[in-house]
Design a protein around this ligand. Structure first.
Ligand code: HEM
Length: 422
């Protein structure tokens, strides 16, 4: 039960002053002028950019087509397996949470509260700790030191009588795969508690603290040694570790820049494939292969025909072998003889055809783009941002403060503002 003095995670302290930064979003570049003025024409261009069938749409065949149908816009990423998309989503939910988030809303970022601590310490898993959030924890374990797992449904997140997942962040039940990843972390923590206790730490609070520390360390190791190098490249990771950050500064405590949460870190949305094989024999002996989301599927039923989250049914679980390289099959387990599927590239070239003039982006020159390799017909005032390679370099480098990419960004912006074409 909640106890006084236990409203915060053990290693968190409440804000010190009203000028405190933590808990809010902020800006990485507060002095940077907008890329374009907010006009009806610019909004129309942005709608054009993001519309179904537009240049940002990978144009995957909709259900009932097989979601694994090859699509040249979904090229493979040789450095990552399919599960990294959901690891990236899980990381996001650990760092940022703006429940008021809407691209339509005009908000001063400094007034928007971040409901997540801007650190990779798994508050999305632990909530406010076993004292303040007892519903997340197994009250039959010593001192409530383990997470609640539903013994009647150990392959699903624990849920209340209405099916709502009892987890630290509701977004981790947003699709089946991220919910299974969350469950894997719950079980990992519990296994570490057992290990810590077996190693001699009998005091329940100490066992919890030690287990939490070890879980976080493993998680952070994974991010530093696997997620980041395969996302931004080992060179950039090494560079930051050696040279530190250049642009991202804070006064009292770290905050989440909107440039990160609303733009850069959403790169992961481009990695989502239309569908996945969740498991190999769970669907009445067949593999559970579905679209991630099928708008035509009835989501009010107990077992929708896609991989959306929030539901409990026998086939709704993950075999991880196609999502991650889990190594050799452990002794005593069945070898399914499957290998991990590659992730989708972040920096696929933008779609081959301009959505307006339907000519190849590289040949169409109605309005040249300020970026060298991404000329496209844009009868709208905004030239389209180019290949994801630019996005990837610019986004991450601006966060970490290394040199600008070679596209000559400041020149592009100037040219853009003055409306010149070349
Ligand atoms: C896998 C399926 C995913 C789905 C269905 C999904 C869906 C969403 C939705 C609906 C939002 C809120 C929309 C809004 O605020 O405008 C959102 C926000 C966001 N997503 Fe995803 N997402 C997914 C994966 C990812 C991945 C892989 C990443 C990054 C690697 C990511 C990064 C973000 C970020 C940074 C936000 C803003 C969060 C905030 O500040 O509150 N997402 N996502």
């Amino acid at each position: 039960m909640p106890r006084h003095g236990q409203l915060y995670l053990r290693d968190q302290v409440p804000p010190r002053s009203t000028g405190y930064d933590q808990g809010r979003y902020g800006r990485l570049f507060p002095g940077l002028r907008p890329f374009a003025r907010d006009t009806a024409a610019v909004r129309e261009s942005l709608m054009e950019l993001g519309k179904p069938g537009g240049i940002m749409d990978a144009q995957d065949p909709p259900p009932p087509a097989n979601p694994l149908t090859p699509n040249p816009n979904n090229r493979d990423n040789p450095n990552q397996t399919a599960g990294f998309t959901f690891l990236g989503q899980f990381l996001d939910h650990d760092m940022t949470f703006d429940p008021t988030s809407s691209l339509e809303r005009q908000i001063d970022p400094e007034a928007v509260k971040n409901f997540r601590t801007p650190a990779l310490e798994l508050d999305s898993l632990y909530g406010a700790g076993h004292g303040a959030n007892p519903h997340l924890y197994d009250q039959t374990s010593p001192g409530g030191s383990k997470f609640l797992i539903d013994e009647a449904a150990p392959k699903d997140l624990p849920r209340n009588s209405q099916g709502v997942a009892l987890i630290g962040d509701p977004r981790n039940d947003e699709n089946l795969i991220v919910s299974q990843l969350h469950l894997a972390f719950l079980k990992f923590h519990n296994a570490v508690v057992d290990r810590v206790r077996a190693d001699g730490t009998q005091n329940a609070d100490e066992a919890f603290d030690e287990a939490q520390r070890l879980v976080r360390w493993h998680y952070q190791w994974m991010i530093l040694h696997e997620f980041l190098p395969s996302t931004v490249g080992q060179g950039l990771v090494d560079d930051i570790l050696r040279m530190g950050r250049r642009f991202y500064k804070w006064r009292n405590e770290p905050f989440i820049p909107v440039e990160f949460s609303v733009a850069a870190y959403r790169f992961g949305h481009s990695q989502i494939r239309p569908g996945y094989i969740a498991n190999f024999a769970g669907d009445n002996g067949r593999s559970f292969l579905k679209h991630l989301f099928d708008a035509a599927s009835d989501h009010s039923v107990a077992d929708p025909d896609d991989l959306s989250g929030g539901k409990r049914a026998p086939r709704r679980f993950c075999d991880w072998q196609t999502f991650f390289d889990v190594g050799p099959t452990p002794e005593g387990s069945q070898d399914l003889g499957v290998s991990p599927k590659p992730n989708k590239r972040i920096d696929t070239n933008s779609p081959a055809r301009c959505s307006r003039c339907h000519s190849s982006r590289r040949t169409c020159r109605a309005i040249p783009s300020p970026w060298p390799s991404a000329t496209c017909c844009a009868t709208s005032p905004l030239s389209y941002p180019p290949a994801n390679a630019w996005r990837r370099q610019w986004a991450f480098r601006s966060l970490v403060g290394r040199s600008w990419p070679s596209c000559g960004r400041s020149t592009s912006i100037r040219r853009h503002r003055s409306g010149t074409t070349s």
